[in-house]
Design a protein around this ligand. Structure first.
Ligand code: HSE
Length: 309
């Protein structure tokens, strides 16, 4: 029997103006263990056990996204998936805008690829992951680590790692309510004006320079956005109050993490603790309990460990 352990980082997509193209990996992790088993050892072809944060919410049947992604890789190879036993350990909650779906997609593909003897390259895995998720900004940093800009041209993708200065600290405020990506995408308009496009293009350019050069003064305007946040913030109770609290306690800016409802502030080492405290307290005044943590950018991406039993 061979056992594969796959560790995949959480991700924060968009970072304000980088809607559907920019995202960073964070130092929070989900862990997936795959053990191939002989058909005679189990009645069904798969068995899933889940532990960790909000473990009871995850389905353990064939609709499980990790298992679906696992089988997709075998379909892609034109092979029958092996019987498998999967252990999932969740390090952060689902449906909060921290890329839990991306960890399942990447984890399932990478676990299957390892069990199959690594027939696919990282580039091929990324393409498959993007096709499953529908957008690249969570799955790419989840697989590669760091902050990644993804640019698609027809079927081809270019990925560009964005330097993130170590003085810039991401603080995530994770509320006790969920928001599905589907709902958060359904409120977005299909068309934007030229002035809105210019607003975002200019800020995205500035954001990349600000992250690289530790320019808090640039971050103050570069994290603003006109493509998704104005529509989504209405779905997040207390958004304005938490944003004011974060900024008045020393954050350069605050954005919706991915599709929300988690809110992400960027600050510096000196202010990180006070920003963390004030975001938590601000959300409490709105009747929302939140877990607020100061993190780092994950630089390793998905890690695998193979254990031969
Ligand atoms: N870019 C995607 C969105 C991320 O904002 O809808 C979803 O996790």
């Amino acid at each position: 029997m061979s056992e594969i352990k796959v560790t995949v980082p959480a991700t924060s997509a968009n970072l304000g103006p980088g809607f559907d193209c920019l995202g960073t990996a964070l130092t929070l992790y989900n862990q997936f263990t795959f053990s191939s088993i002989e058909p005679a050892e189990v009645e069904t072809e798969m068995k899933i056990a889940v532990t960790g944060v909000e473990a009871q919410k995850l389905s353990t049947n064939k609709s499980n996204l990790l298992y679906q992604s696992f089988t997709k890789l075998y379909q892609y190879l034109g092979k029958k998936p092996p019987h498998v036993q999967i252990e999932i350990h969740l390090g952060f909650p689902l449906a909060r805008g921290l890329g839990s779906s991306a960890t399942a997609i990447v984890g399932g593909l990478v676990g299957a690829n390892q069990l199959a003897g690594n027939p696919l390259s990282t580039q091929e895995l990324i393409k498959l992951a993007i096709a499953i998720e529908g957008h690249p900004d969570n799955v790419v940093p989840a697989l590669l680590g760091n902050c990644q800009l993804s640019v698609g041209q027809d079927e081809n993708w270019q990925f560009c790692q964005i330097d993130w200065h170590e003085n810039i600290i991401p603080v995530v405020a994770i509320p006790d309510f969920e928001l599905s990506t589907e709902e958060a995408r359904s409120v977005l308009p299909d068309k934007v004006s030229r002035s809105e496009a210019i607003y975002n293009v200019s800020r995205l350019g500035l954001l990349l320079q600000a992250l690289q050069n530790d320019r808090g003064d640039w971050l103050q305007i570069a994290m603003e956005d006109k493509l998704h946040q104005p529509y989504r913030q209405t779905l997040i109770k207390g958004y304005e109050v938490v944003k004011s609290a974060a900024i008045s306690s020393g954050a350069y800016g605050m954005v919706i993490s991915g599709a929300g409802p988690t809110l992400l502030a960027l600050t510096n080492l000196t202010q990180a603790e006070v920003v963390t405290h004030s975001m938590k307290e601000a959300w409490k005044t709105q009747g929302v309990e939140a877990k607020v943590i100061s993190l780092r950018v994950d630089t390793q991406g998905t890690k695998t460990l193979q254990i031969q039993a």
